[in-house]
Design a protein around this ligand. Structure first.
Ligand code: HSE
Length: 338
């Protein structure tokens, strides 16, 4: 079966997905029997292009590099629903920027696709933050798959590990580093770089959100623990209920003082239970240098899940990045096609 891919949001992550699909076309077919055509791409800035027979990815990628737009192509017109119908899409990769308040435009894109029985993978945290239950239920009702590996730890398969590898375990506690941008900034500040320069580097490397205040103020990590709480425990804890302190007040002096105490500062996110019930938090903490989390540098993330059957299980890997998040979408698409 040929998978007809529609892509919404052709920025850093969407473009990386197209590059991976193009580079690995033969390998995907040989190893996984995964065959595809990209039939529709829509992007707020670049425009919309469609070809039900399959767009020429070589040409599309060259245009993105050269013009940062689809001006050299005939633009496809119509509502998003009409474009999905006309393109014959069987899977949607939704990569528009995150809006934690409304979930838009990803929320509407995902609803339109699922209601047509089209499988969806997304790297966009917004729709999950505002409508996790609604979208999951809609997928079930419409016989479509809804996957979101890329919303936490980019392509590092944390969500797959929780849903499949840890099936049968009870989770007692979760703690780790869940934001690549802030870990990158703190790592660089530890080598003497200024906060502003480190943030600029994290942005140019494609780690930061479109609005990086979401990273540095802890919102991104907060939404990730909220989503993990839903996946692991089935509990709704809104982002507004997460104890949240970002890294904007962390100074080089704080880092020096931590160093004198044999520690490094990390933005730690977690889920724990106490006498009052479940508690979600994101905050800078001093971590002893011999603690495993102290060695997690750059945009790498790590999370330790304490379980009844396995004790502590720690997963470390890429937490952000273009190709790394493109990989999450690709792995979801291969899995959904099986
Ligand atoms: N801005 C996010 C981060 C991207 O830095 O972790 C990946 O979710």
């Amino acid at each position: 079966m040929i998978n007809n891919i529609a892509l919404t949001g052709c920025g850093n992550v969407g473009t990386a997905l197209l590059e991976l699909l193009h580079e690995k076309k033969d390998e995907l077919k040989e190893k996984y029997g995964y065959e595809y055509k990209v039939v529709l791409i829509t992007d707020l800035m670049k425009g919309a292009i469609m070809n039900p027979e399959g767009l020429d990815l070589e040409e599309v990628l060259a245009a993105i590099k050269r013009d940062r737009s689809f001006n050299s192509f005939a633009q496809a017109g119509g509502s998003f629903g009409e474009l999905l119908d006309a393109s014959g899409a069987t899977v949607l990769a939704e990569c528009t920027p995150t809006n934690l308040k409304t979930g838009e435009p990803g929320y509407s894109h995902i609803k339109k696709a699922l209601s047509r029985g089209i499988n969806v993978t997304t790297s966009n945290k917004g729709p999950l933050a505002v409508a996790f239950d609604e979208l999951t239920k809609l997928a079930g009702e419409c016989g479509a798959s809804f996957s979101y590996e890329g919303v936490v730890m980019s392509g590092t398969p944390l969500i797959d590990m929780i849903k499949n590898g840890l099936a049968g375990c009870s989770v007692l506690k979760v703690e780790g580093i869940l934001n690549g941008t802030t870990n990158y900034i703190l790592t660089k500040m530890g080598t003497g770089m200024t906060y502003a320069d480190a943030l600029a580097e994290a942005t140019s490397l494609g780690y930061a959100e479109a609005d990086p205040s979401g990273d540095v103020e802890g919102w991104d990590a907060a939404v990730k623990v909220s989503i993990l709480t839903k996946i692991i425990f089935g509990l709704d804890v809104p982002v507004s209920d997460v104890t949240r302190i970002g890294i904007t007040l962390v100074t080089p002096q704080h880092m020096e003082e931590a160093k004198r105490r044999g520690c490094v500062i990390k933005l730690i996110a977690g889920i724990r239970f106490d006498a009052l019930g479940i508690h979600l938090y994101v905050m800078p903490k001093e971590i002893p240098v011999d603690h495993p989390l102290a060695a997690i540098s750059g945009a790498t993330n790590a999370v330790t899940i304490e379980t009844d059957n396995l004790g502590e299980v720690t997963l470390t890997g890429a937490g952000a990045g273009r190709r790394e998040t493109g990989q999450a979408l690709l792995s979801d698409m291969i899995r959904m096609s099986r």
